[in-house]
Ligand binder design. Structure first.
Ligand code: 1HE
Length: 257
């Protein structure tokens, strides 16, 4: 798989997907969005987790504004739906995806990050939704995914006032699950990806596909769906092996370290 602005590297069972458009701050052109869709649709079956990061000083400056030409309403809708399809391949693809963030994570860049399953930010990271001041609206799934991270009130404030969150307050607000020193987000993301890749595939599948749906269901439906996925996961041979390994002292205990 080769694409002009995307680098794909396989490090054992981890796919590293890097935005390679540093001169344009990794702004997401239509070509880049379609390439992301393609990559996550066609990941080799040996891949167990993926890391997305960005080349250069910023993770991603969002939509490529130079491509935002005169579009009529129908074209605008189809363009937004193209983003939805691409980012859906990340969120609901075959493997968990970890975003390694640094510098600007803004607009569509934040929409991309919010489609990932874990976000690791270094201390240079900042978050913003400049759509508000550019006279447009999020169109890459941001209004669905970003409030799930930070809440509707914070997102409304960001878009109304142009508020920029620094890395530390961003972590407290819920944008990222990990905050690490500058220049180390990729290494931390790889460490987490290796850990995630060791899980039983069905557990990872349940976390990616069942948990978000259960969270949207009324409690009574959620309990029922949970019971189904729980039963399917524990019936898998790999679960039985892992449980036996623990009971017979071969598996790691839970520890604070
Ligand atoms: C771009 C873009 C872009 C940079 N589209 N070309 N996103 C935004 O509104 C963010 C716009 N970008 C910025 O605010 C800044 O560029 C950054 C804070 C991200 C980085 O600043 P800096 O000083 O490191 O770089 P720069 O000098 O501003 O930009 C370097 C080049 O990248 C420059 O081009 P050049 O030809 O003059 O060298 C910039 O024009 C270009 N560039 N960002 C196109 N976004 C599905 S809907 C999603 C809607 C949105 O995402 S809206 C938010 C868009």
């Amino acid at each position: 798989m080769t694409y002009p602005d995307l680098q794909i590297e396989l490090k054992d069972d981890i796919a590293v997907v890097r935005l390679m458009r540093a001169s344009k701050r990794n702004a997401l052109s239509d070509g880049l969005i379609l390439a992301l869709r393609d990559v996550f649709e066609k990941l080799p079956s040996s891949v167990r987790a993926a890391v997305i990061d960005g080349d250069g000083p910023h993770f991603c400056a969002g939509l490529d504004l130079s491509e935002l030409q005169e579009r009529d309403a129908a074209q605008g809708m189809h363009h937004s739906r193209m983003w939805h399809a691409a980012l859906d391949h990340i969120q609901h693809g075959p493997v968990p995806v970890i975003a390694a963030l640094h510098g600007a994570v803004v607009g569509g860049g934040l929409e991309l990050a919010s489609a990932c399953h874990i976000r690791v930010a270094d201390s240079s990271t900042f978050y913003a939704l400049p759509e508000g001041s550019r006279g447009i609206f999020v169109g890459g799934g941001g209004s669905v995914r970003i409030p799930k991270l930070i809440g509707v009130a914070r997102m409304t404030d960001m878009m109304l006032t142009g508020r920029v969150y620094a890395a530390d307050e961003g972590e407290r607000a819920g944008f990222a699950q990990y905050l690490v020193p500058e220049g180390t987000a990729f290494d931390k993301a790889m460490e987490l990806a290796r850990r995630v890749a060791q899980n039983a595939p069905l557990t990872n599948y349940a976390l990616m596909h069942a948990l978000p749906r259960i969270a949207e269901q009324p409690a009574d439906h959620g309990f029922f769906t949970e019971s189904l996925i729980c039963a399917i996961a524990q019936a898998a041979p790999e679960a039985k092996t892992r449980l036996r390994d623990f009971l017979e002292g071969r598996a790691a205990k839970v520890s604070k370290e």
